[in-house]
Design a protein around this ligand. Structure first.
Ligand code: ADP
Length: 366
């Protein structure tokens, strides 16, 4: 019976627990044994109690849980080869040679490095006398399958990451709440949302709350944007609006790559438009709470696909990342998706903003 390790790594997101549930349940359905690796890569490196066989009933109720119930962590030692050597030893001792990892681009990159090094690590475990040839013989290659858990929706090659729609739902609720005060007092609010280098949350929140102005890193405003923003906001007020809502992505920048900070926008609104303006940073409320329908569905269908991908894996096929494209669950080459994701940041750094937007498109060809 094939043993499949399932873990969550990097920043938490809603739906990660649902993904673990799906992998555990599907493993049993396909005649495999699922193992939970707790605390991200920390669990692989430390081994022992952090690698536990999971029963069908262990994941009962996990569809509706926020965050990840098997824990996540940032693990410095896994970034270095000695940490990964210990991780390989722990996996072989537990009889596991397939890992389904739900995390962001960092976690998935680490997983692919681990897979590429695997045979060298096994050789070293044998040559240093830590394990015998017989112990290692059944574990010739390591299978890696990636699921993308991220509220930012920042991974290329997939339309949605697990957690992004829940986070967007939370942001919409928060902006709706703010709207009540804005209306009552006729105030302006500058709302900062998460997303690191990705403006998806800010842009979609702007669309779905009818915000007056949105700042995202992929489409920085031209110099003199303050005048343009004031013109737009003043016009909205002139036609009778009592509210002003401005959504700012945490990574918002201008065309010189300088950060655009919510307090600066607030000062512009107060000084130039005489608006009573407040800043609200939504912070970690955006990660919390129950997953919305979409993330439960996405996590479940992708978890099912991940177990199938483990069973289909050969030493020659590149590690797959499970995505969703045009409403169909897909398999994409993991490292190609990571490479494209990194090219977005590079395109922004080199001020090639049109390319930055195109690169996240699954159909994009460089
Ligand atoms: P995310 O997966 O959300 O992008 P991080 O970039 O913090 O989050 O990565 C999570 C963990 O994955 C790190 O703490 C580290 O253990 C592992 N990791 C990330 N990048 C690498 C890498 N290049 N090599 C090995 N491990 C890595």
């Amino acid at each position: 019976r094939k043993r499949i390790g399932v873990m969550t790594s990097g920043g938490d997101s809603q739906g990660m627990s649902a993904a673990v549930r799906a992998v555990v349940r599907m493993s049993y359905i396909r005649g495999c044994e699922p193992y939970g690796i707790y605390e991200g890569y920390e669990g692989l490196v430390q081994g022992g109690d952090l690698i536990k066989k999971m029963q069908w009933q262990d994941v009962r109720g996990w569809l509706s849980e926020g965050g990840t119930l098997i824990g996540t962590a940032r693990c410095a030692s896994f970034r270095e080869r000695p940490g990964r050597l210990t991780a390989a030893k722990n996996l072989i001792l537990a009889g596991i040679d397939a890992l389904v990892i739900c995390g962001g681009d960092g976690s998935l990159t680490g997983a692919d490095i681990f897979r590429a090094e695997w045979s060298g690590l096994v050789q070293e475990l044998i040559s240093t006398g830590q394990l015998t040839e017989e112990q290692c013989a059944p574990y010739r290659f390591l299978t890696i399958v990636g699921l993308v858990g991220s509220i930012d929706n920042d991974m290329a090659s997939t339309d949605a990451t697990i957690g992004a729609y829940s986070s967007l739902t939370r942001i919409c609720e928060a902006v709706d709440s703010i709207f009540a005060t804005a209306y009552s007092h006729s105030r302006a609010f500058v709302v900062e949302v998460m997303g690191r280098h990705c403006g998806w949350l800010a842009l979609m929140a702007g669309l779905s709350t009818g915000a007056d102005f949105v700042f995202i890193p992929e489409h920085p405003p031209q110099p003199g944007w303050e005048d343009n923003m004031c013109k737009v906001l003043a016009k909205h007020r002139q036609i009778g609006k009592r509210t002003t809502i401005i959504i700012v992505a945490e990574g918002a920048i201008d065309t010189n790559l300088q950060p655009i900070k919510p307090n600066y926008i607030k000062d512009i609104c107060s000084q130039r438009l005489n608006l009573d303006t407040r800043v609200t940073t939504l912070g970690h409320t955006q990660r919390g709470g129950v997953p919305c329908f979409f993330d439960r569905m996405l996590a479940t269908l992708q978890g099912v696909e991940a177990v199938q991908a483990v069973l289909d894996a050969t030493p020659d096929t590149p590690s797959p990342m499970i995505g969703i494209n045009e409403n169909r669950i897909s398999r994409k080459p993991l490292m190609e998706a990571v490479r494209l994701t990194h090219s977005v940041a590079k395109a922004i750094e080199s001020k090639d903003f049109d390319k930055a937007i195109g690169l996240r498109d699954p159909e994009f060809v460089e």
